[in-house]
Structures are given as structure tokens and as C-alpha cells.
Design a protein around this ligand. Structure first.
Ligand code: FES
Ligand SMILES: [Fe+2]
Length: 351
């Protein structure tokens, strides 16, 4: 089956994307970000409320992110119009009061946000007038108070599909991520993993990690790991080692059609790991960099718009991704419930 056999839109709509970390958005500050090709301004009021608006003043198009937060509103730098976190205009300084212009009738697009566990998710609706998201924001298997312990993000110069498929692809490990302390081509062996459908994707059901994953050994105890992928590009790896928990979140957020931000956020409750954090940070940077280098190299070939291949069984997760994406788009267009196309199965490959 070729990649082109399942036609899907570039970006999925009416779904939550990871936007940024809470700590990147300081109180009283504005921050610009292009998401799915749209200009977005993130802000946090003095009272701590995070919000997102279209980063474009409806008056004359100046980016609101170049303005400032004032008394819980965003003030445009050009003529000082002010907008509430709801997007509604609350003040037009030039009005003398006899013009019959009602500021509250003017508004800028507002994007729903969800902030939890130090993560800010944004709902990217199809309908620009949409006020309430149709689905709840992702919830990680974490305590309410858990915050990220390690963050690594890199910009991949590729479309979201290649970033997602590159991360879920089991066969590239021994080639792209070879390192003396991790694995090599010599460590390749046959694997069989059980998969089951999940909410918006699929789960590699809880299993003992393969013996060639030396890093897991460091955690000690009776280790199990469960990996879930969910649309639009969220991978959660939950490692349990006795009483210890490590949750690794990988998100793919499309900035434009050919730029995707890949972010890894880790959460753990293991005190003794703290001194090793610089090593963990280094490892995360190297791993993600290896993936980014490969998709950068891939761009060389993709310029020629080749027909690509997906093979059994190593590329089955990629096939599922395309089917899930198409089903989400089709269900949305037909206004019918999403039906997960993945069925329970065991996949076999060598890696
Ligand atoms: S352009 Fe924003 S207030 Fe005029
Ligand atoms: Fe990788």
C-alpha cells in the first residue's frame, strides 16, 4: 500500500494540539506562535488566566502580540484598541461617544485552551466562530499536581505526517538511534507486540520492554511499559517500575505545512534521578536530533514527489495513522461519530 492511497487533509481540525508549556507563558506577557498556518497570540493575564486569540487586529491587521497586556485585556500597539481574553473588543480610545460604533460588537477569533500538568493544549476548530470544543482536551496518566521534569523540543522541517510516522516507526531504531550505550544493528531481533484500539488511536499494550533497551534497566524493578498514540500526533509512553512512574509525552504540532514542532515532555516521581537530569537532557536531545536529521535528509527525496511504500508489519502503525486521520476528517465532514478503524492485533517485525 502506498502512502498516497489514503488521501487525508494536511491538518486535522476540531481537535486538540499541544501548543506550549505553561512555564513559557509568563503572567502579563504575550507570545506569538504560528499554528496550522494561522497566526496565534498566547497571553496570560495578570491574574494568571491563559488565553489565545488570532494574532491579527481586526482594525488594520497589526499583530496583537506586539501590543501588551493591560488590565486583563490585550492592547493593540497601533491605535490602542483593547480585546478581552474572550476576543471581544472592550475599548476603542479614539471614540468620542457619538459615532454609533459599539466596541463590544467587534471581536477577534478566540481559540479554546486547556491547561493541565504544565501543558497548554489548543483546540483548532474548523469553524472560526466556534466557542465550545466538541471533545475534551487530552488527559495524561498523571496526578493533578504533576509538572514536567524534563522538556526537549525541536523543529522538524517536514509535514506533520512524516514527523508522526518517523516517531512511531519501529524499524528505524537500530539504524537511526545507534549508540554504544543503546543499541546497534547487531542487537536486531524478532519482536511481537500486541496492539489494541484506544480513544483516538491505538495502544501497544503493557509489556516488558525488550532486553536490548539498556536504559530501561537503570530504572530497576519490575518494569512494564505501555505506549499509546492518539490523533493528531500525541504519543504517551508510560513506564512503571515498581512504585516508580515515568511518563513520556511526545507531541507533533504543525506550525506550517512543512514545519512541525516535535516536543518531548517527561514526568517522573523518582527523586534519585534528579542528579542525572543533565544526562537525560543530553540523551533526549541526541535522540530527537537523530530523528530530525533523518526527516531533513528525507526532504531531499520528497522534493521529487515520489510514490512511497508501507510494508507489513513494521509500517502497520503508519497505515493506522493514515486511516485514523482519514476517519477523523470523514466523520467530521459527515457530522457523524468517529469510529476507530484499528482492531486488536499482534504485529511482528525485527528491530
Ligand atoms: S490596527 Fe489595531 S487598533 Fe488599529
Ligand atoms: Fe526515532
Amino acid at each position: 500500500m502506498g502512502l498516497q492511497d489514503v488521501k487525508t487533509p494536511i491538518f486535522l481540525r476540531n481537535i486538540w494540539y499541544f501548543a506550549l508549556h505553561s512555564r513559557a507563558l509568563k503572567s502579563g506577557r504575550l507570545l506569538h506562535k504560528t499554528l496550522l498556518g494561522e497566526p496565534v497570540v498566547f497571553g496570560r493575564t495578570e491574574s494568571g488566566e491563559a488565553f489565545a486569540l488570532r494574532d491579527l487586529c481586526p482594525h488594520r491587521g497589526v499583530p496583537l502580540s506586539k501590543g501588551k497586556i493591560l488590565e486583563g485585556t490585550v492592547e493593540c500597539p497601533y491605535h490602542g484598541w483593547r480585546f478581552k481574553p474572550s476576543g471581544q473588543c472592550s475599548h476603542i480610545p479614539s471614540l468620542v461617544g457619538e459615532e454609533g460604533v459599539e466596541p463590544t460588537k467587534i471581536s477577534v477569533r478566540k481559540y479554546p485552551l486547556a491547561e493541565r500538568n504544565g501543558l497548554i493544549w489548543i483546540y483548532m476548530a474548523e469553524d472560526t466562530q466556534m466557542r465550545e470544543p466538541a471533545t475534551p482536551a487530552p488527559v495524561l496518566p498523571l496526578a493533578e499536581t504533576a509538572l514536567p521534569t524534563l522538556i526537549e523540543g525541536q523543529l522538524f522541517p517536514c509535514a506533520i505526517d512524516h514527523a508522526v510516522i518517523g516517531l512511531m516507526d519501529p524499524a528505524h531504531g537500530p539504524f537511526v538511534h545507534k549508540a554504544w550505550w543503546w543499541r546497534s544493528k547487531k542487537s536486531i531481533h524478532a519482536k511481537a507486540k500486541k496492539y489494541a484500539p484506544s480513544h483516538l488511536g491505538f495502544t501497544m499494550v503493557s509489556h516488558k520492554p525488550s532486553s536490548n533497551s539498556t536504559l530501561y534497566k537503570i530504572l530497576g524493578g519490575d518494569i512494564t511499559t505501555e505506549i499509546t498514540f492518539e490523533l493528531p500526533g500525541t504519543r504517551v509512553e508510560h513506564i512503571k517500575a515498581g512504585r516508580n512512574d515515568v511518563v513520556g509525552l511526545t507531541t507533533c504540532t504543525p506550525l506550517t505545512e512543512n514545519e512541525t514542532e516535535v516536543t518531548q515532555t517527561f514526568f517522573w516521581n523518582i527523586g534519585w534521578i534528579a542528579p542525572f537530569k543533565p544526562i537525560a537532557q543530553y540523551v533526549a536531545r541526541v535522540f530527537l536530533g537523530q530523528d530530525r536529521n533523518m526527516v531533513t535528509l528525507q526532504q531531499e527525496g520528497l522534493k521529487f514527489n515520489p510514490r512511497l511504500m508501507l510494508i507489513q508489519d513494521a509500517d502497520v502503525p503508519a497505515m493506522w495513522y493514515h486511516r485514523l486521520k482519514k476517519e477523523w476528517a470523514d466523520a467530521g465532514a459527515a457530522k457523524r461519530p468517529f469510529v476507530n478503524p484499528v482492531t486488536e492485533t499482534t504485529l511482528r517485525w525485527r528491530s
